[in-house]
Design a protein around this ligand. Structure first.
Ligand code: ZN
Length: 256
């Protein structure tokens, strides 16, 4: 990923996304926000114990940095619900103001910015440049097991007519195989995923995501994995595993 700086904020971008002019995206670090330790500094998570006023200030500076697109947040629950953001869901008054339960958002509307809140789980961006459809996914280890990536691509295909072979994908900073230890994997992780154990109870969830993207029809050359481990880089990113009481960083994508 490439480190950018705007309005004094640092954020990472995927080169395979930034070559599209209509795409506005970024994975923000924890730097430069208003929150005090242990939520220092750019925490966007409201329900982690941080001062709500500071969280809203942090969210505001991120939105300004992203050209003022209209944000949509979810109540992320490690499930498989994919939320469609379309004219109907906006007209019904549900979005974007309300927090729906879900772990992925899909939209073809310009001006809308799905926001995923992250501390170790994988933020996964998808973009169909032909149909002009974006998705933002929250895939922790439970989301990986439930294949929230596959559910989201299915939604893009069925409801937005996207062809998976057109879709580009980016897997953002998250818990790497270096730090994803599952001591109780025999009870927590289904057997079909045991082949992703890289030794000594450590699992490679980045490879799981890559394989799930490919299984859903995304071409290998269209997949970019940041390779940044949040636990190893907890000076830059929030890591739930490392710090437990901590903030959430922002992974955002939308179309201008
Ligand atoms: Zn690591």
């Amino acid at each position: 990923m490439i480190l950018k700086n705007k309005n004094g904020l640092s954020f990472y971008q995927f080169p395979n996304f930034s070559r599209f002019r209509e795409i506005i995206h970024g994975v923000f670090t924890r730097e430069s926000g208003f929150s005090k330790p242990p939520f220092n500094c750019l925490n966007i998570g409201l329900n982690v114990g941080d001062d709500v006023k500071n969280v809203h200030k942090n969210r505001r500076v991120i939105l300004e940095c992203m050209d003022g697109l209209q944000p949509v947040f979810l109540k992320q629950v490690h499930g498989t619900a994919v939320i469609k953001i379309d004219e109907q869901s906006i007209a019904s008054g549900g979005l974007p103001g309300r927090y729906l339960e879900g772990d992925a958002m899909v939209t073809s509307l310009p001006g809308i910015m799905p926001v995923i809140q992250v501390a170790d789980c994988q933020p996964v961006f998808l973009f169909d440049p032909t149909g002009k459809v974006v998705a933002n996914i929250h895939s922790g280890w439970q989301g990986s097991i439930k294949n929230i990536i596959g559910h989201t691509i299915n939604c893009m295909s069925v409801d937005f007519d996207s062809r998976p072979s057109d879709i580009i994908a980016g897997v953002g900073p998250s818990l790497g195989p270096c730090c994803a230890e599952f001591r109780n994997y025999r009870t927590e992780i289904p057997k079909q995923f045991w082949k992703y154990e890289i030794g000594n109870r450590y699992f490679d969830f980045w490879s799981i995501s890559r394989d799930q993207l490919i299984a859903a029809g995304v071409l290998p050359e269209n997949i970019s994995i940041s390779g940044i481990c949040t636990f190893c880089s907890s000076d830059l990113f929030f890591s739930y595993r490392k710090e437990v009481t901590t903030g959430r960083f922002a992974a955002v994508i939308g179309m201008a």
